[in-house]
Design a protein around this ligand. Structure first.
Ligand code: IPE
Ligand code: IPE
Ligand code: MG
Length: 247
């Protein structure tokens, strides 16, 4: 394990890789099929990236599965997507646990169907490793998530906590807000990949992406498999991160 850790350090492996999984609809359209066909093939890419992440020594893999804006899609697509996400969690959970993966689902649960929200919470709880053991990989799924929503809910929580202590609020630093984001305790992403040729962040991790490296690839999500994941890590290893300093 120590040797493995040394290797990942030497090769400049990102601790946290995050992916905006985009292009399912276009992938299906290219094949003359309904959008849902793209979504279901995208599940295979999730599986492949989880395996690749474990093999490469990535510690956190996070995936943007459904944005707050995606609620505005036609109702049948929203329903299909939700059912597919929950079915995938249910079907993959056993394998994930065997692989040593801890599942976390983050987002605005108040907008989810209560029964589904409960099922997610149970799945998350059952993937927590026994005391004293660390997961091999944390798989974080962002569901009904948006960056502005996250910052706003954190800001409200901060304001509530300091309601009777205005001078304490004045002294609050960035960490006070970061610790109230839904990602509290998860390191910020080192690398954010977006598939499908779009070069935008689409209200994803706005705060957490402050110093992330970005990689925009043309590959549509259902085609983004192990080789593509490894290539992305290869590209990341060549980046020079300066964090505003002089090197
Ligand atoms: C990504 O694929 C999945 C979600 C956003 C939920 P899209 O459904 O956005 O596919 P395109 O971008 O229309 O091809
Ligand atoms: C971003 O993809 C959201 C997810 C991948 C979940 P979208 O397809 O919703 O983004 P836009 O509309 O092209 O910006
Ligand atoms: Mg899209």
């Amino acid at each position: 394990m120590e040797e493995f850790k040394e290797n990942t350090k030497e090769k400049n492996v990102p601790t946290h890789v995050s992916i905006i999984m985009d292009g399912n609809g276009r992938w299906a359209k290219l094949r003359g099929r309904e959008r849902v066909y793209g979504h279901s093939n995208g599940v295979g890419s999730v599986r492949a990236c989880v395996e690749a992440a474990i093999e490469c020594g990535v510690r956190y893999l996070s995936l943007f599965a459904f944005s707050q804006e995606n609620w505005g899609r036609p109702a049948d697509e929203v329903d299909t997507l939700m059912n597919m996400i929950f079915k995938a969690i249910d079907q993959e959970l056993g394998t994930l646990i065997k692989q040593g993966v801890r599942l976390r689902v983050l987002g605005d649960f108040s907008r989810l169907d209560p029964a589904l929200a409960e099922a997610v919470r149970l799945a998350e709880a059952s993937s927590i490793p026994p005391a004293g053991e660390e997961p091999v990989l944390d798989l974080v799924i962002f569901l009904s998530y948006s960056g502005k929503w996250d910052i706003l809910q954190a800001a409200k929580s901060l304001a509530r906590d300091y309601m009777s202590d205005p001078s304490g609020l004045e002294k609050a630093g960035p960490q006070e807000l970061a610790s109230r984001l839904v990602t509290a305790g998860i390191p910020d992403p080192d690398l954010i990949i977006r598939t499908s040729g779009e070069s935008r962040i689409s209200n994803y991790l706005l705060w957490q992406a402050a110093y992330s490296e970005f990689l925009f690839v043309d590959t549509l999500w259902p085609d983004f498999r192990k080789d593509e994941f490894r290539s992305a890590l290869e590209e990341f290893s060549k980046r020079d991160r300066r964090y505003g300093k002089v090197k």
